[in-house]
Design a protein around this ligand. Structure first.
Ligand code: MG
Length: 367
């Protein structure tokens, strides 16, 4: 099987709740997502997607993804998309860094590998573990009262894991965590995600003030060293996210006992191939994972579902169903949340069929 062409589409994904706010005064109301189709001489087409959380979250942005895909795509024509090691080596040789640029192409080639073999991606990654898996719900930054009230509403939708967007003023964040914790029921999980927004001294104040609260602390500060200082100071379970941008950071974190959980985002590490490598390392090392991406629609939610569903349950801390956060559906067959849980398709590949009436014409294509 050979790649004969690559097509690139753009789709706007507005949020049901109007906007999503996190640390540093950042917010997004319409997500700019890029969809890639990889065509082959077999007649099969694979689909991938990449959707950075605006330009200020990670070193990634939507137009950068498209510029990078335009750079890489012509160099991949003729490769066998099923040979994911060869494909990734070619992408890494052709472009240093920029993992998010490579993510949608790698994802589309996993879709093709599954379709070619007649197997779901989750089967190729280890198999569907259990019937489904639990999701978390992100709670956009707001007043302590408004954030706490949302826990009840999201619980009524079936969620039991809640991630508060903090990373602002210390006193307000302490109030947010306490107000949210007061709403918890037995078995609920609460995470306070600062998204790098606290300076180290602010983080020290917050973690001290919540040391008796049933809460996880996620990515308090900008750098790994600052996070490690906070980690060594707090008794709360600790999650690293933004600084874990590849397997080398996982190895470093393991050596330093720097985290209990990582947040594994598919595009942050360069696609499903590298995300699976990190997933397997974390399973062997006993580190649980939130499995997700920087945002996205139906295709990314399907890719998350396959990676998460094939992960042992005790290491599957949570995952995200981004397609329920946005108002636009652009693929049939995408997984749909039921009672706060999600399951990967049993169809070959990712199990999604994009709706061309929604995607429209490609922005660019290469043959
Ligand atoms: Mg996070």
């Amino acid at each position: 099987m050979k790649i004969t062409g690559i097509r690139m589409y753009q789709v706007d994904l507005p949020l049901h709740e109007g906007s999503y706010k996190w640390s540093g005064g950042n917010s997004v109301s319409v997500f700019d997502s890029t969809v890639v189709a990889v065509d082959t001489d077999s007649g099969l087409t694979g689909w991938g997607e990449v959707c950075p959380l605006g330009p200020a979250y990670l070193p990634a942005y939507a137009r950068g993804a498209r510029t990078g895909i335009a750079e890489l795509a012509p160099q991949l024509i003729g490769l066998d998309p099923r040979e994911l090691g060869v494909l990734n080596a070619r992408m890494d040789a052709a472009m240093r860094g920029h993992p998010y640029v490579k993510s949608a192409i790698d994802m589309a080639c996993w879709d093709l590998l599954g379709k070619a073999g007649g197997l779901p991606v989750a089967t190729l990654m280890g198999g569907h573990v259990g019937a489904d898996f639990a999701l978390y719900r992100a709670i956009s930054q707001d007043t302590p009262q408004a954030m706490a009230e949302r826990i009840g509403r999201y619980r009524s939708e079936g969620y039991t894991k809640f991630q508060l967007k903090v990373g602002g003023d210390a006193d307000t964040d302490i109030a947010r965590i306490h107000a949210a914790a007061a709403q918890l029921q037995p078995g609920d999980v609460l995470v306070a995600d600062a998204n790098t927004g606290w300076t180290q001294h602010v983080a020290m104040r917050v973690v001290d003030a919540v040391r008796d609260v049933n809460v996880y602390i996620e990515q308090p500060c900008m750098t790994y060293e600052q996070c490690l200082a906070v980690r060594r100071h707090t008794n709360r379970p600790f999650v690293l996210d933004e600084v874990v941008d590849g397997i080398d950071m996982v190895v470093r974190g393991l050596a330093d006992h720097a985290m209990d959980v990582i947040n594994l985002k598919i595009s942050k590490v360069g696609g499903l191939t590298k995300a699976r490598q990190i997933r397997d390392l974390c399973v062997s090392a006993g580190i649980a994972m939130t499995i997700e991406d920087t945002w996205g629609g139906d295709i990314i939610t399907a890719a998350i579902a396959h990676l998460a569903h094939s992960t042992p349950d005790e290491f599957r801390f949570s995952a995200t169903d981004f397609n329920s956060y946005v108002t636009v559906a652009f693929a049939d067959g995408a997984p749909q949340r039921k009672q706060g849980r999600l399951a990967a398709s049993r169809e070959p590949g990712l199990g999604v069929q994009p709706r061309m009436d929604v995607l429209g014409k490609p922005l660019q294509e290469w043959r």
